[in-house]
Ligand binder design. Sequence first.
Ligand code: GRF
Length: 187
Amino acid sequence: MRIVVLVSGTGSNLQAVIDAVVSGGLPVEIVAVGADRAGTFGVERSAAAGLETFVVDFKKYASRADWDDALLERVAGYKPDYVVSSGFMRIVAASFIDAFDGRYINTHPALLPSFPGAHGVRDALNYGVKVTGCTVHFADAGVDTGPIIDQTAVRVLAQDTQESLHERIKVAERELLIKVLGDLARL
Ligand code: GRF
């Protein structure tokens, strides 16, 4: 099963997928890793792992539509079975979702539909929930919306900061993403 992974940041969840593929535990081919900005550690660590990487730099396009078109053309060129957003901080256009027939998977560090958006961990912590977690879902053109594939609950500790809680959620997120990709690969 061919996947393209999109990142915007450190790519620690991506690294867990790379490690699972390299160890033979995940029958998936990461055909490329891409980012919406230059200099992400996610792309850097992917290149270090010998993977094909690309950047469709949001800042270099005259309009949002031009960036959308460039991203779609670049990703489609790899002919992926699935596109996986792992810390990718852009909402893709409906044309992107349609191009992959809904096979665009996103991970989110909260139990959707609770706490969508770029600050799901902070919002859950500030709300005072006792249990939060992570979600893997088929993304549509909305913000963290689309059919949920699976979720893992993570208890919030009294001493948690946003950082400590997010790091603990990411551990669950990596395991969940690898499980979901493995299940899809074995269909
Ligand atoms: C993950 O928790 C992801 O769900 C969220 O941002 C985090 C990315 O972390 N959108 P990393 O870049 O994989 O370390």
